[in-house]
Design a protein around this ligand. Structure first.
Ligand SMILES: Cc1cc2nc3c(=O)[nH]c(=O)nc-3n(C[C@H](O)[C@H](O)[C@H](O)COP(=O)(O)O)c2cc1C
Length: 312
């Protein structure tokens, strides 16, 4: 283990990244009335009475002066289906609010939709912390949704799952372990995590987010797809879907057309080309995972999974 005086900046960052956090987007309005927002994982609780929370903003961020002066701000805890929104708000200076669904609250703070929770704050104090400003806010109101929070750790996005569904060796209650061992869903969940972790790494290495891959994969081999069907197939809520389609369209990877309820999307040639190798990789991984299973076993497993996934 590295001693305190051995570490360099890189080692310091790596060590910090072993501490998994949630992901938030903090928003406010600057003195010219422009909306500002940035992705931040430095959010933390401070006090219950009065209710205080904090986050820290790097002094070099474009929006740092606005946050330092803002009287009000809101902290949005992102849900696990909001990685694209997180990436959008982590880009410096970009027009983060274009194609983003938001409204203004009574304190003129932009409020984003589809988040797991929100803390509306009044600035309590701002402290200098090295190259960051530490901003403490008094929570004036909150909003919560029953959505799974997004996690960030080791440089990647993740979802939080109960330990027992991920690692049998960590189970301490042997009776419970015996019980889960018999459960189909326990194995389904472990199999999903094992296969998707590896595959999603490859997706990210190819420069796509998992949500973008799901959209392009659904459009692959289809002439067009209704946005309602696409939302179902990609597990995205309609607003996040519109958001991500906006980006994909800007990059020439898909085309969206039509009005209101009859909006449709289609993949472009570049969109299809972008995912072909991922399909090949998925097939390779599938073959490796099912190696040793007979055709009957594979067919029976596929049929069971299909039946479960289309059951209401
Ligand atoms: C998961 C994640 C967490 C982040 N957390 C913080 C943070 O807590 N504080 C911070 O200053 N920057 C953080 N950033 C970086 C900012 O989001 C990024 O610098 C952003 O571009 C700043 O926007 P601006 O320059 O337009 O103000 C984070 C980025 C990511 C992807």
């Amino acid at each position: 283990m590295a001693k305190l005086n051995d570490f360099d900046a890189r080692g310091f960052r790596d060590a910090l990244s072993s501490f998994a956090t949630g992901v938030t987007i903090v928003t406010a309005t600057d003195h010219e009335g422009q909306s500002v927002g940035m992705t931040a994982s430095s959010f933390n609780s401070v006090s219950t009475e009065p209710p205080l929370v904090l986050w820290s903003v790097t002094k070099t961020a474009r929006s740092a002066p606005a946050f330092k002066k803002a009287e009000y701000f809101s902290i949005h805890v992102l849900a696990s289906d909001q990685t694209d929104l997180s990436n959008k708000f982590a880009k410096s200076g970009a027009d983060k609010f274009a194609h983003t669904v938001f409204s203004m609250n009574e304190n003129n703070v932009p409020i984003l939709e589809g988040c797991a929770a929100r803390f509306d704050c009044k600035t309590w104090s701002v402290y200098e912390g090295g190259d960051h400003w530490i901003i403490v806010g008094e929570v004036k109101s909150i909003d919560t949704e029953t959505k799974e929070g997004l996690v960030f750790g080791g440089g990647s996005y993740a979802i939080a799952a109960p330990l027992t569904t991920l690692s049998k060796s960590d189970a301490v209650d042997h009776d419970a372990e015996g019980l889960v061992e018999d459960m189909f869903f326990y194995h389904l969940s472990r199999a999903y995590h094992r296969m998707s972790n590896e595959f999603h790494d490859a997706v990210r290495d190819s420069g796509l987010t998992v949500a973008q891959w799901r959209i392009l994969a659904s459009l692959h081999g289809q002439s067009t797809l209704a946005l309602s069907t696409l939302a179902e197939q990609t597990f995205l809520d309609p607003k996040s879907l519109e958001d991500i389609l906006g980006f994909l369209q800007e990059d020439g990877l898909c085309v969206v057309s039509g009005e209101a309820d009859s909006r449709i999307a289609r993949g472009t040639k570049s969109g299809h080309e972008r995912v072909v190798h991922l399909f090949d990789l998925a097939r390779e991984q599938e073959s490796a995972a099912l190696e040793g299973s007979s055709s009957e076993q594979k067919n029976a497993t596929r049929d069971t999974l299909k039946r479960i996934s289309i059951a209401q």
